[in-house]
Design a binder for this molecule. Structure first.
Ligand SMILES: *Cc1c(COP(=O)(O)O)cnc(C)c1O
Length: 240
């Protein structure tokens, strides 16, 4: 049998370091184009396709924020890398809430009033509000989760009376397009909706979670404060 061609930790780390540097450079260049400070954009490395080993290397290379879209996978990796700031970026079933919330710095994917109410109950019980973002389906694709933009004011109406959650901003996913510029209206729409809700509530709503491998530079130009990047960092490292 042929020997397995597995990269050593050193080789892997070198490759990942290069990819991270490239992504950070691209974020900084996008910031420069619109006069933003790169320190206002947090890179979340989305580790859903890679092993604990590769996720750990990313964290050792100073990517302090890691994201997972499935609670069970987040539990596993957060146990191995407890020092990271963990972000849940996918659907949260209410029966997984108790185990997930204590592990994360943000839930990006609040996509129903029932989930918001359950998070509120959790936050009230533990005595500190759960930090969340409201997921909005700006692209109108049926396959994507989140509230329709027109529903968002009613989410904030409901949230006014909830002491157990703090809404820090909005999250969206653009429809994939080979031309990243085509995603711009989606991101602009999320920013405009955030600005409108800021006026409506008087809350800071500082965060816009938007931009993935294909479109993060456009998202940064449109005001993203969290970019969620998987493929560009981890492509072909899944089996490592
Ligand atoms: C997988 C995932 C990402 C990362 O996508 P890439 O295109 O691989 O960068 C970002 N956000 C969410 C919600 C995801 O599920």
């Amino acid at each position: 049998m042929a020997p397995r061609l597995t990269m050593t930790d050193t080789e892997l780390k070198h490759l990942l370091a290069e990819r991270i540097a490239t992504v950070r450079h691209r974020i900084a260049a996008a910031c420069a184009r619109v006069g933003r400070d790169p320190a206002t954009v947090t890179l979340i490395a989305v580790t859903k396709t890679v092993s604990v080993r590769v996720a750990t290397l990313a964290w050792e290379l100073s990517v302090w924020d890691l994201g997972e879209n499935r609670p069970q996978e987040l539990w596993k990796k957060a146990a191995a890398i407890p020092g990271a700031n963990w972000h849940l970026i996918g659907h949260l079933q209410r029966n997984k809430l108790d185990r997930t919330v204590p592990l994360v710095t943000r839930i990006h994917s609040v996509d129903s009033l029932r989930l918001l109410a359950a998070l509120d109950a959790f936050g009230q019980k533990r005595g500190s509000p759960v930090p969340v973002l409201i997921e909005v389906n700006c692209s109108g694709e049926a396959t994507k989760g989140g509230f329709a933009p027109a529903e968002v004011p009613s989410v904030f109406d409901a949230a006014r009376s909830l002491a157990g959650v703090t809404i820090h901003g909005l999250m969206t996913m653009a429809a994939y397009d080979p031309d990243p510029q085509a995603t711009r209206p989606t991101f602009a729409k999320l920013r405009e909706l955030r600005d409108a809700m800021r006026t409506y509530t008087g809350w800071p709503l500082a965060e816009l979670s938007m931009g993935m491998s294909n479109d993060f530079e456009v998202a940064v130009e449109e005001g993203a404060t969290f970019v969620r990047i998987g493929t560009t960092l981890f492509e072909n490292l899944g089996s490592e």
